[in-house]
Each structure stands twice: as C-alpha cells, then as structure tokens.
Ligand binder design. Sequence first.
Ligand SMILES: [Zn+2]
Length: 382
Amino acid sequence: MDKTIYILGAGFSKPANAPIQSEIIDEILKLRGGHFEGKDNIIKGYLDEFEKFLSEDLYIDSKDFKGVALEDVFTPIDRCIIDGISFRSLDNKKLVELREKIYSLIIFAIKEKLSSSTTSKSYVDDFAKYLVDQIRQRMIDKNHDPVAVISTNWDILLDNSIKHAIDNDNHNGVVDYCCYISSLYDDETIKPGLWALGKGKYNVKLLKLHGSMNWLHCPKCQRLFVAFYNKIAEYGIYKNQKCKHCAINFKESKTVSSALRSNLIMPTFLKDLNNFQIKLIWQNASVELSEASKVVFIGYSLPQADYELRQLLSRMIPHEAVIEVVMREAKDETSKKSNAETLKRYKTFFGKRTVKPIAVGVEKYVKSLRHSQSLVLEDTSL
Ligand SMILES: [Zn+2]
C-alpha cells in the first residue's frame, strides 16, 4: 500500500507568522511590557533572569542580545546539566531552573507572535482536514495507514488544527504523538493512538522530533502530559504543575522531584537525550519512514546542523521512495537562487532517488492536495 510521510520544517509555519529559531530571542525580548492574563510579574521575573544570564554569564552586551543564537544559550546549559557541573555563577540546580524559565519564555514568545498575527492560518486547517480525510477509513480497516507527519517544529499550529478537525468529526480519532501520553487536565479526548485503535477509532500520527510547546514531562515516571489550544500555559507553566500520578503513588505533594518540565529540544543536543518518550518518537519515526513510498518535505531546508534527522533519513527511507520538496514560490532571483541551493542539497543527499521540486509555497501546495492536483515543477522552471 502507498504511504506518504510529510516532513515539516519551520517554513511550514512561517506563512502563519510563527517565528523561526533565529528570531526567537528577539521575540522573547519583546515580551517585556506585555500583558499575560494577570501574570505579568512572573514573566517579568523570568525576563530579568534571562537577561542577567546573557549579560553576566554569557558576557554579551545588551545591544547584541537579539543576535545571540538559541543554540549558544542552550548548548552550554544542557551540557553542564548532563555532566552535573556548574556554569559560571550557576550551580546545577539553578541551571535546571533557569532552563525551565527560558523554555517558558520561548513558549510565551511563540504564542504571542502567533496570536498577534493577522495572516491566515486556514491552510493549516486545510492540511489537517486533508490528513483526517485520508485516515478516517481506518475506523473500518485497521490496515489502512496511508499517511504520517514528522515535524521539527515546536509550535502547535498543526496539532491544534488536527485536534479541531477531529473534534468536528465527532471525536472519532485522536492526535497520535506516537508515544505514551496523559492529559494534563483530565481531557477525555486526549488518548494514546493505540487506545484509539483498540476502540475502533482512527489516529492522526504527528511525530514531533524536537519536542513540542504543549508537552510537559515528569522527570520521575517519564510520563508525557499534553494539552491542546493554549491550555498548556494556563495550567502547566503558571501553576507549576506536579505529576498527578507520582503525587498519588509516592504521596509526595510537597516535594519538587515530580514538578513537570517542558519538552523543547535543541537539534544539536539530541544525541545526549535521555528522555524516554522522545526516544520512542524517534524510534516510531524510523518505522514510519521505512514504510514510505513517498516522502514530502515542506518548508525544510535539510540543514547540516540537523545531523540526527539526516542520519535517520539516510538510514530509513527506502531506495525506491519518491522525494518531493515543497519550497517557497520562486518569484524573484533571490527566491530562485535559494530554492536552487536547497534542491541541490536534497539531490546530493538523496543520490539516485527521484527528487521532485515543488516551488509553489506551502499554501498553494496544500490547496493542490485538497483538489488532488499535481504540482511538480521541473528544475528548469525554478
Ligand atoms: Zn510522574
């Protein structure tokens, strides 16, 4: 049976105004002076600590803050936490706390940027509806498994749209993150994929390789807690949630060892990862890729820094699979040149496989899916 795997990069969320990674620090700094449902002081406190870290520990001049790469903030912090050593003025415990606060700032920054956007997110809803339409038949035929999405993005645009499409379909399916999840806030519609299949429902597979802004995990039992829409900030971050299972099992409501933590992972740090659920997602992504007859990359430039994803693609995609690369619309010389470079990177990487460029932009591509059009453009038209 034919199976299409979609691999999404930052370019997928860009038309909906999501910040790309290099813009996130600037977006964080813009949070100062903002209003956050009466929690302004919490955010202000986090911002003060973050700027103090940039200025005193990383020794950056405040006028250069926004030029700092996110990797250069997290790589030393992650390294010190894993090795149990201190970084400058911060001991290990303080580093873990600081990292949580920066994660919260990232989540707020992405959330703010998306909610202030005036651009249309309807193409994300259309893509979600397309996925649900493809998969629905699974309710009567368990072997029907034509599609899965692998995403490198932290934002939850597609997650929310899929959830919405399923809610509109009488809750007949679930968003399947392909690991074991619990609902953060007793939402009966949040269930693991295997549970859904056992109940005669369908699962829309969305494998988020770098974590997600709507996930919190328990460092003790390794459960992953999930909320949709904007509930994660409301319930997870503001209220400093503890794992409800560990609280009961270990009778430990007063300790912090089961305080839930964010799940955003830097691509450069994946190899040191000891998070069980993320490992499971990578394992499941490798299975999905090995079954692919077609792999469609949307808004992903195949950067060298993503070497963990590159090795996964290299190991698991079958030789006969067709590769399609959805790139931005080739309107002017700059976009043509950038598309040509991206395409060259793909062709070199995928060698003798067929690589088809689709230089129409995400929105037009999604529209073509809904109308079953073929939009492949040859190299010469780029
Ligand atoms: Zn727990």
